[in-house]
Design a protein around this ligand. Sequence first.
Ligand SMILES: [Zn+2]
Length: 420
Amino acid sequence: MKQKKVRPSKTRIEERISEISTFNLTPGQGTTRPTFSEPYIAASKYLFDIMEGLGLETGVTCHGNMIATWEGENNQPGILLGSHIDSVPHGGNYDGVTGVIAAIEAVQCLKKEGFKPLKPVHIIVFAEEEGTTFGHMLVGSKASLGQITQKKLASLKNKEGKSYLECAEKFQKIFGKPLFDYIRPEMTRAMLELHVEQSVVLEEKNFQVGIVTEIAGAQEYIISIKGLANHAGATPMKFRLDAVAGLGEAIVGIEKTITKHKSPLGVATVGSVSCFPGAANIIAGEASFSLDIRDVKKENLEILERNMLSKIGKIMDKRNLSLEINRTSSSIPIVLDEGIRSLLEEVAEDNNIPVLKMPSGAVHDSAEIARFIPTGMIFVPSKNGRSHCSEEYTNAEDITQGCTILKETIRKLSLDQIFK
Ligand SMILES: [Zn+2]
């Protein structure tokens, strides 16, 4: 007898996202869930309890990634479902969490149907996707592929001065070890991630679901300017080496460079600035700012980066200020696997869900994994395009539609009906 398909539960998805939102350092002021913090551990326990309840084998890798495995009849190659639960400071409830909850929901529905995968299915919650706890983006996914050494993990520190490695080890002690630490491409068939769009495209075009074609790369910098601290009253304007004035002109220069850039998907952001000594009556001797540059095409990103840094350099030369440029993280743009993309589209069509093919301006763990493993991403709309803020919202019905595609794609991939 053919088993009836179980539709993902909108209510359960909604309840679980709302439950995770309570694990938060800043209630009432958006969601703040730094990697390996108390609320992060509490949210992990909540998720592990659900996944163990579903009969999955769980644990934490030596890089602090959570893994829950649904064993298949063959022990490889596996299918990865992943996203993250760390947040930016005062962020929203949907970034990352939606993908984790959707992955669990998809597995739960398939299990309820009595489905038995031939290949194992692994839900992975990657640690430190945002990079706001340890200052480096996509740490968990990069480390799981052996792209970050344990030595480097020991050098990344949080605000309390604790190293990433130390925190990951503590986190592993609480939840135990999983079946594997490293994602090995030869043992992995595919990776699927559902994520909120974090932009306005799906909403504007009236789609509930998007299939991602390519993911933007991001280059992040800390740029420090050195001038000369001096008296705000006694120093004539023409004798000043004002680091803050240089910083101001640099930011305007960055905006100008972007408007001249030929790619419409190129963006640059200065999200954090500081100066020293930082008093009203002192000309600042030092100033620094963060710079985040993104584009979906590698060549465009390189041009943008080159033009921007050269513009900043010229401004500082003109003002006789010295400049130090430090790249803090880097990810290249990536085109997602065509086979997985067409499978996702086919599944959407079978289930009568219209989908929009679109690039992703935001960087995700999937961008790292996609460098080694065939990867697909499903987007669901963000209300008013808002993300990384407390207003972030995605309708549970939209998530349910995206989750249906996720679930049916897992079924196809895990039975190996289409691919070898
Ligand atoms: Zn995210």
